[in-house]
Write a new protein. Structure first.
Length: 148
């Protein structure tokens, strides 16, 4: 009976050692996979001086909370309809200068002028949304306001 117990415990010890030696490669594989995940997960493109409505939409779909959409139109137009979550340009003074800003206006020229003004005021990352609200609506971007 003692021999049986000794043989059984030796067998269990062998299995434990085999398991431990087999789990090292598994641990290494897991570690390597974790490293590769960081390389595989894509990141959104960096902001540019001019951005399409589609590129803004894609950034929002990434769940990027670190940006602000600014409407450079008048208050009535803003209240009528705007890109969901946009704020009126009058409120931009409350933002930190490091904040990433996307801006649109009645037309691309107005948006460009407003973007340049923000850059002169010290804002570091300002992108003009090409096509404005019409461009945003053309790609079925969400809007809010009286007309939405």
């Amino acid at each position: 009976m003692q021999n049986f117990v000794l043989i059984k415990s030796n067998k269990v010890e062998k299995q434990r050692k085999n398991f431990m030696s087999e789990s090292k490669p598994e641990a290494q594989t897991i570690s390597e996979a974790k490293e590769k995940i960081g390389q595989v997960i894509p990141t959104p493109p960096a902001p540019t001086a001019r951005a399409s409505a589609q590129s803004l939409k894609e950034r929002l779909q990434w769940g990027e909370p670190g940006l602000t959409i600014i409407d450079a139109r008048d208050r009535d137009s803003f209240l009528q309809e705007r890109i969901t979550g946009a704020m009126l340009i009058d409120d931009v003074k409350n933002l930190p200068e490091s904040r990433e800003i996307y801006i649109y206006g009645d037309n691309d020229k107005v948006a460009e002028e407003a973007a340049n003004n923000l850059r002169r005021e010290g804002f570091e990352s300002v992108s003009q949304i090409l096509g404005g609200l019409a461009g945003w609506k053309a790609i079925e971007g969400a809007t809010e306001g009286r007309e939405s």
